[in-house]
Design a protein. Sequence first.
Lengths: 163, 163
Amino acid sequence: MSAHPHPGPAFAQHNHAHCAHDALTRAEAITKEAGVRLTPVRRRVLEILLEEHKALGAYDVLARLAAEGFGNQPPVAYRALEFLVEHGLAHRIQRLNAFTACTHIGQAHAPAFLICRSCATVAEAEAAPARAALEQSAAALGFAIERTTIEALGLCPACRGAT
Amino acid sequence: MSAHPHPGPAFAQHNHAHCAHDALTRAEAITKEAGVRLTPVRRRVLEILLEEHKALGAYDVLARLAAEGFGNQPPVAYRALEFLVEHGLAHRIQRLNAFTACTHIGQAHAPAFLICRSCATVAEAEAAPARAALEQSAAALGFAIERTTIEALGLCPACRGAT
DNA sequence: CTTGACCTGTTATGATATTACATACATAGA
DNA sequence: TCTATGTATGTAATATCATAACAGGTCAAG
Ligand SMILES: [Zn+2]
Ligand SMILES: [Zn+2]
Ligand SMILES: [Zn+2]
Ligand SMILES: [Zn+2]
């Protein structure tokens, strides 16, 4: 057990079925705790996001939902995604206008996102240090930070290795 | 002379006419140096962005251009904006899907953006320290960062003071 | 001049996101 | 149990952001 939130498995080999199942279990717990409902659409959207460590656009999610008999209009997807983001079960990736399942559900964390430009895998890195540094710069200007977006584009370990 | 790139004037009282005029002068120099043309549309778009320390959407810019007799189709605005960003004369703000004139034209800088949620003013802060911290986190995962986006939402000094 | 590179303009379309309203469902109080 | 209430879902319509593809204009080198 690591002493601090561990890096998250996105770039490492791991039992992903287990990884996804775990996330769902935690999501159930979190929502129950918060007194909100992880309804079928919401749960299914989370499952879809959990299939891969990538980011999916709202319309990609919507297409999947529609194919499975859920509604087929944009708000169906956007609402479920908004719910997931609001409760810390998913994150929005600004650079991609897309969404990814949180890999640290239930753990307090300040995520920075590492987006592989080759394979599109998205991992969460710890943003606390970067954030602290930014606070410094901002404080010097008298600016009070409330929310930060930290995203990096680059190459993941696997894609660096590949020719 | 400050030892490192100074914070930029967005949140401070300053002679903005002078600020904008300076930026244009530098833009002329930069483009001449690079052997590219700061054509009338491009120059005008930069002037429009320089009017305020805020971010403007491409269609806002387009409306202004159209009203002044330039083309009135999206590519006219997007192309000019793309040119400005490419040559470091403007920046794209991901969170806002919008563009802002660079306040450090001609200076090498790694900008983080501070966006006031109350008055929409955008300032550039030095992102180098935050970026360095992020490199650390990323390196630990074997990820090679190529480009970073660092944006913060919050309250500027003026809006903090106001009731 | 002519050529070629680049810039501008326009049409058309694609991609992302929200507003507004109607219907269905869960559940707590009467 | 019944019904009132809040919440969730479904749908239509529309707003907002962005790009592809092509036609015509400008300008300087040869
Ligand atoms: Zn996994
Ligand atoms: Zn990769
Ligand atoms: Zn700048
Ligand atoms: Zn403000």
